[in-house]
Design a protein around this ligand. Structure first.
Ligand code: TXA
Ligand code: MG
Length: 365
């Protein structure tokens, strides 16, 4: 059934006042989409089975995929988690509020509906002021997957939340663009050593620096080579299948540019359209090559070059990745080329999302 969706646009002056109604809706078991620093979330009271059912319905999501529960204070964590290891407390102290989710042993009152039947629950204290205030005012822990339809990229811009969730949720809170752009790091802290189940802005390197050790779910490292099942159930799904065919190339800059150039010419010669996500450094070289090509000069409108800042500052690519994939789809690109990055620090999370967006068309040259 189509819902009447209340849309609330936040301006920082009276944020608290503007959030009261949305917070009441959450407390009453309604669904509210809201901004976080990673991506927009689609929230509901985590302790109410009917609210959680409404989230799965709105998303069109399989219910074996557990939801992250968002909190505004450590007191809320006590309601959800059975026991927390000392090293996990150190990590929470270092990185909360922020873009990291901790998988901990759940208390009985957390419904299996939220955890996809698991004995553990993923908990995150977001740093976005609107998210924190909304959760605090509602007084309940808020289960929230990313606010996209299942199979679409996580929305980092409210425009896409409005497109996909209007009529499906009770309320949408517009709090501007998400700063990080990629979903949180998911870290299993139930064992003796933390294990990354989904890479994100809080990197393995940062975790090691804080507590001395950090492993990565082998299913992420080995790609599909050994057919390992990821420990975060959500990681087994194809995340974003744009209409365009995405290919990712990493390696020597000139070699990558040469491939991009040849592919662009091949695509426009066949009458198709192409989007290219490149760094500033690449753009200079690629544009010079293209300028001298007669076909390019006749069919420029079929080529969309999207700059992602410098390859030395991956925050920009992370922030824009999902938004630009959506944008290139909207522009009607048949193919999308992306300049890949090395898989350390934030590059690990970026390449993990690109692996999914490209359905494995990732080439190292
Ligand atoms: O940044 C984020 O994490 C965003 C914002 C809204 O907070 N949320 C988000 O939720 O990305 P979602 O539902 O799209 O992804 C949650 C991921 C899935 O891969 C899920 O399998 C994993 O976290 N997860 C949640 N609880 C888990 C658990 N108990 N054990 C293992 N993995 C879990
Ligand atoms: Mg998601």
């Amino acid at each position: 059934m189509k819902k009447d969706t209340l849309i609330i646009r936040i301006n920082s002056a009276d944020m608290e006042e503007q959030l009261v109604e949305a917070a009441e809706m959450l407390a009453k078991g309604k669904t509210v989409a809201f901004p976080t620093e990673t991506v927009y979330g689609l929230g509901g009271n985590a302790l109410s089975e009917s609210a959680v059912n409404a989230i799965y319905d709105a998303k069109g999501r399989p219910s074996d995929n557990p939801l992250i529960v968002h909190i505004a204070s450590l007191d809320m964590l006590d309601e959800l988690a059975e026991e927390i290891k000392p090293y996990a407390k150190n990590l929470m102290g270092a990185f909360w509020p922020g873009p990291i989710t901790f998988v901990v042993k759940k208390k009985d009152q957390v419904p299996y509906k939220v955890t996809g039947g698991l004995e553990t629950v993923g908990v995150r204290m977001p740093s976005h002021p609107v998210a924190l205030k909304l959760i605090e005012l509602s007084g309940v822990p808020v289960a929230a997957p990313s606010a996209n339809l299942s199979g679409k990229p996580s929305p980092t811009d409210v425009k896409y939340v409005l497109q996909e969730m209007s009529g499906r949720v009770d309320c949408i809170v517009d709090g501007g663009d998400s700063e990080v752009g990629l979903e949180s790091t998911v870290l299993d802290v139930t064992g003796d050593v933390p294990v990354i189940l989904r890479p994100g802005k809080i990197t393995r390197e940062m975790i090691v620096e804080c507590v001395g050790a950090c492993e990565v779910d082998p299913a992420l490292l080995n790609k599909n080579e050994y057919n390992l099942t990821p420990k975060a159930p959500g990681m087994k799904y194809k995340h974003y299948a744009p209409d365009a065919e995405v290919s990712v190339y990493s390696g020597d800059l000139m070699a990558v540019i040469k491939i991009f150039y040849n592919k662009i010419i091949e695509v426009i010669e066949s009458g198709h359209s192409i989007g290219v996500m490149i760094f500033e450094e690449d753009a200079l070289v690629l544009e010079r090559l293209l300028r001298d090509n007669a076909i390019y000069n006749l069919t420029k409108d079929k080529v969309h070059l999207v700059r992602e800042g410098s390859s030395k500052d991956l925050d920009i690519l992370a922030r824009n990745l999902f938004k630009d994939l959506r944008k290139l789809d909207e522009l009607g690109a048949d193919f999308i080329l992306v300049h890949g990055v090395s898989e350390n620090a934030l590059g690990h999370a970026i390449m993990n999302r690109l692996e999914k967006a490209s359905e494995g068309r990732v080439f190292k040259i």
